[in-house]
Design a protein around this ligand. Structure first.
Ligand SMILES: [Zn+2]
Length: 257
């Protein structure tokens, strides 16, 4: 069964039942803060200056994600944060923008640029790997097909950081922490005033994909350290978008970390 079939089979199921394959939202996870997921999740923090958006979903699914968010707020996107450069996190931003609005600030860890360059150079190879992993056969990796998505995003990050970055939007503070984990360019986000942590793919509501002979090196020790740092914050809410859904982790307890 292909991954898309698993998601279809789990439609309308509870987060507890669907786990990694959950779709849904918008869920109000804190004051003026909404989470929604289609294959991967997006968290939106509304402020008086606009929205801070954490992740943006896959390009083909982003219009559906944006429509869910727009049920709650029409505010413009002030800042977007990409937790890492995977295709289901950094490629859907355009769908969230208002017509004619200038490109918002886009924040990411510096190594995301090297990732996109590698994608351009190895797109056919990576398409074959993913076609095998998610579709059962490398023969599904045809050009223009569903796995032909290894390239840079249309809207590139313009605000890069190395280890940590802190900023305020509309009086709301955000702290972003680099943590090598599923990728070398991974980061997680902490909003202390709303007590919300966004883990990116450090948590995927399934066994962490910390080792896979077909993928590039991953970083389980740094990963574990990042999980402990998030847990130590004792967030009221953990948004664990990640690669495919999961938002069961969204609860009013910090159980996800
Ligand atoms: Zn990922």
């Amino acid at each position: 069964m292909k991954a898309a079939d698993h998601f279809r089979a789990m439609r309308d199921k509870s987060p507890e039942e669907a786990k990694f394959f959950w779709s849904g939202g918008p869920i109000e996870v804190a004051e003026r803060t909404w989470f929604q997921s289609r294959f991967s999740g997006v968290t939106a923090f509304e402020t008086d200056e606009g929205i801070v958006l954490v992740d943006s979903g896959m390009a083909p699914l982003a219009p559906a994600l944006a429509a869910l968010l727009r049920e709650k707020t029409a505010a413009p996107i002030h800042t977007a944060i990409f937790t890492h450069g995977h295709f289901d996190h950094a490629f859907g931003l355009k769908a969230f923008l208002q017509a004619g609005q200038p490109q918002p600030r886009i924040v990411a860890q510096r190594w995301i640029l090297g990732r996109f360059e590698r994608y351009e150079r190895t797109s056919r190879y990576n398409a074959a790997v993913n076609a095998r992993q998610f579709g059962g056969s490398a023969e599904r990796a045809e050009p223009g097909g569903e796995y032909d998505n290894f390239r840079g995003p249309e809207l590139m990050p313009d605000t890069l950081f190395d280890r940590e970055l802190a900023f305020r939007v509309g009086g709301l503070q955000f702290q972003i922490h680099h943590c090598r984990a599923e990728t070398d360019d991974h980061c997680w986000v902490w909003c202390p005033q709303r007590s919300v942590v966004c883990s990116g793919d450090l948590i995927i509501n399934a066994v962490p994909n910390a080792g896979n002979p077909q993928k590039v090196q991953r970083y389980p020790w740094d990963w574990a350290d990042g999980l402990r740092r998030m847990a130590a914050l004792e967030p009221a809410t953990a948004c664990v978008p990640v690669t495919a859904v999961r938002s069961s982790a969204i609860g009013k307890k910090s159980s996800a970390c």
